[in-house]
Design a protein around this ligand. Structure first.
Ligand SMILES: CC(C)(COP(=O)(O)OP(=O)(O)OC[C@H]1O[C@@H](n2cnc3c(N)ncnc32)[C@H](O)[C@@H]1OP(=O)(O)O)[C@@H](O)C(=O)NCCC(=O)NCCS
Length: 167
């Protein structure tokens, strides 16, 4: 599995992952996703195996984020690549990008019924900080999670060779 930054010609394959991961009612639109990826205060990380995109994460920070600090816009792994630690790696890389932008916290929203994602975030040190009713649709609440980032973690990941390519 290769972990790398996004290239412009990845977009069709990346958007195919979005279509496999989310029901049309909850998908990001193509234009919205292109804007997120093109935002200079964002980083998109790709996990690739044998030329196939297995998953990706998009994180933003600064004034365009939906709150102070970093904001995980999405993290998605193709069904056939799940439960192999791909999301854990993509999340670590998103956190490094936020830290490299001198931002010490990251937050996100997750569907209150999305058990695999909630387990991932709690395992990775995110703490629940609230609930927003009807955030995704009527009756589909969001949980808000926040993690305070530790620059020491960045150093240890850099020693594994990840930091040098972070935004
Ligand atoms: C949520 C999501 C991103 C998780 O992706 P994933 O790659 O399966 O997650 P990981 O493999 O990193 O971690 C999941 C599990 O694999 C385990 N794992 C990690 N490394 C592993 C390895 N090398 N071998 C086996 N299992 C491993 C983790 O411990 C974790 O276990 P648990 O969930 O049983 O506690 C994925 O389910 C997904 O894409 N869902 C649809 C999109 C979505 O809902 N995104 C979140 C939006 S908020």
């Amino acid at each position: 599995m290769i972990l790398r930054r996004y290239f412009a010609d990845d977009f069709p394959a990346l958007y195919a992952v979005e279509m496999h991961c989310f029901d049309p009612r909850f998908r990001f639109g193509k234009r919205f996703m292109e804007r997120l990826i093109g935002n200079p205060q964002s980083a998109t990380w790709i996990a690739e195996e044998d030329g196939v995109i297995a998953g990706f994460s998009i994180v933003t920070w600064g004034s365009d984020a939906r709150c102070d600090g970093g904001y995980l816009q999405t993290i998605e792994v193709e069904p056939q690549f799940r439960s192999r630690g791909v999301a854990i790696k993509l999340l670590s890389l998103a956190e490094i990008s936020v830290l490299t932008a001198n931002t010490l916290s990251i937050s996100l929203h997750v569907d209150s019924e999305n058990r695999p994602a909630i387990r991932l975030y709690e395992k990775c040190g995110y703490r629940r900080r609230g609930r927003r009713e009807d955030y995704y649709a009527r009756g589909r609440d969001a949980l808000r999670y926040v993690k305070l980032l530790d620059p020491v973690d960045e150093l240890s990941l850099q020693s594994l060779g990840f930091g040098s390519t972070a935004a």
